[in-house]
Design a protein around this ligand. Structure first.
Ligand SMILES: *[C@@H]1O[C@H](CO)[C@@H](O)[C@H](O)[C@H]1NC(C)=O
Ligand SMILES: *[C@@H]1O[C@H](CO)[C@@H](O)[C@H](O)[C@H]1NC(C)=O
Ligand SMILES: *[C@@H]1O[C@H](CO)[C@@H](O)[C@H](O)[C@H]1NC(C)=O
Length: 335
């Protein structure tokens, strides 16, 4: 009697426990499988799956994240809640296993389709289980207008860093080349990485540099960046000594290398020379960084013999050169 009573209690407990376990097993839905993250190209057709065990009559949705917290519901079980002709939802039921797979299909992928897609099983008004996947869309490398300069300025001897950034998926790689395939400041014909570094810039480093962004999707993007190297004037004189006879014309010439373009003036006996009936001064840019200045004396008089200075100035400094005009000694023919 005593024994059988205990047995009854034991059996009662066991039955209650098994019932509880089986209720839990049949009612708790589980997202057992979701398609892994996808990478797709514009124009492709894709599909992704969410498989739910113990699905019962649960509401299973696909939603797309619109922000950190917000999302828009695309489908509920086998019904699209957002009508887009590119969307299809397919529900594959396995009643025996109490399992369902929800296949969401998108045709003719557009770049706006990228983002996070979430499979949601609504449990109660405040409770749901979710799993997500992210869809990335390949798009070609595009160099960023705002984050990449059109031109840069550096003072000779200083270091320069030029940055070039590009958007695209996959992440583009950046390389650099010089215009006309000139040798790079650091040697070689190209360099890698989004920062171009020029150590102790030299005036010969000036010119056009191409930033090239590529990610294997479409054509690489390129952008020409102009680099200017500022340097103080440097004067060269071909003929520092000019011999000419009285009443003849003479030309004094100096060539100034400088950037920015220098102001060039001629001085004689401490005072600046102006163009007048006897002197004509002309400054011509002979190349991007060279200015040739010519002082022409139309008819030499006694006082014109002597020293002349060609002075050049830009914001980085000053240079000058002395030229000497003298009367040649005419050999007297011997009789
Ligand atoms: C999605 O599920 C369906 C049905 O089970 C299957 O035919 C298809 O291959 C699955 N697709 C992916 C991308 O897993
Ligand atoms: C140079 O200037 C000084 C002082 O102004 C003047 O006396 C002299 O005659 C000038 N010489 C010439 C060659 O112009
Ligand atoms: C021009 O150069 C000469 C020679 O160095 C110098 O004496 C003179 O001061 C310079 N003039 C100016 C305005 O810089």
């Amino acid at each position: 009697m005593h024994f059988s009573r205990l047995n009854n209690v034991w059996w009662g407990f066991l039955v209650w426990y098994c019932a509880l376990a089986s209720v839990a097993a049949t009612t708790a839905p589980v997202i057992s499988d979701i398609t892994a993250d996808l990478v797709s190209s514009v124009g492709d057709d894709i599909e992704f799956n969410c498989t739910v065990e113990n699905v019962g009559r649960m509401s299973v949705s696909w939603a797309k994240r619109t922000s950190e917290i917000g999302s828009v519901v695309l489908s509920m079980r086998s019904i699209l809640s957002l009508s887009d002709p590119r969307y299809t939802i397919v529900e594959t039921l396995d009643d025996k296993a109490n399992r369902a797979t929800y296949t969401f299909k998108i045709t003719k992928i557009e770049s706006t389709d990228m983002g996070v897609y979430e499979c949601q099983v609504i449990l109660t008004a405040t409770d749901k289980i979710t799993k997500k996947l992210s869809l990335s869309i390949k798009h070609p490398a595009i160099i960023s207008e705002e984050r990449t300069p059109k031109s840069m300025l550096v003072t000779e001897g200083q270091n320069l860093e030029v940055n070039c950034y590009a958007d695209g998926f996959p992440q583009p790689t950046i390389s650099w080349e010089r215009e006309n395939r000139a040798i790079m400041p650091a040697g070689g014909t190209n360099s890698e990485g989004h920062t171009l570094r020029i150590k102790e810039a030299h005036r010969l480093d000036r010119g056009g540099y191409y930033c090239i962004a590529s990610n294997g999707v479409g054509q690489p993007d390129r952008r020409l960046i102009r680099i200017e190297v500022e340097f103080r004037p440097q004067i060269s004189v071909q003929r520092p000594k000019i011999a000419q006879m009285l009443n003849h014309a003479a030309e004094l010439e100096c060539t100034v290398q400088a950037y920015p373009a220098p102001a060039v003036f001629w001085y004689r006996n401490g005072s600046k020379l102006q163009s007048n009936s006897n002197y004509q001064i002309s400054n011509t840019a002979s190349s991007h960084e060279a200015t040739t200045s010519v002082l022409r004396i139309s008819s030499i008089n006694e006082l014109d013999f002597g020293d002349y200075y060609c002075n050049a100035t830009n914001k980085l400094g000053h240079a000058d050169a002395r030229l000497h005009l003298f009367q040649p000694v005419i050999p007297v023919p011997s009789m």
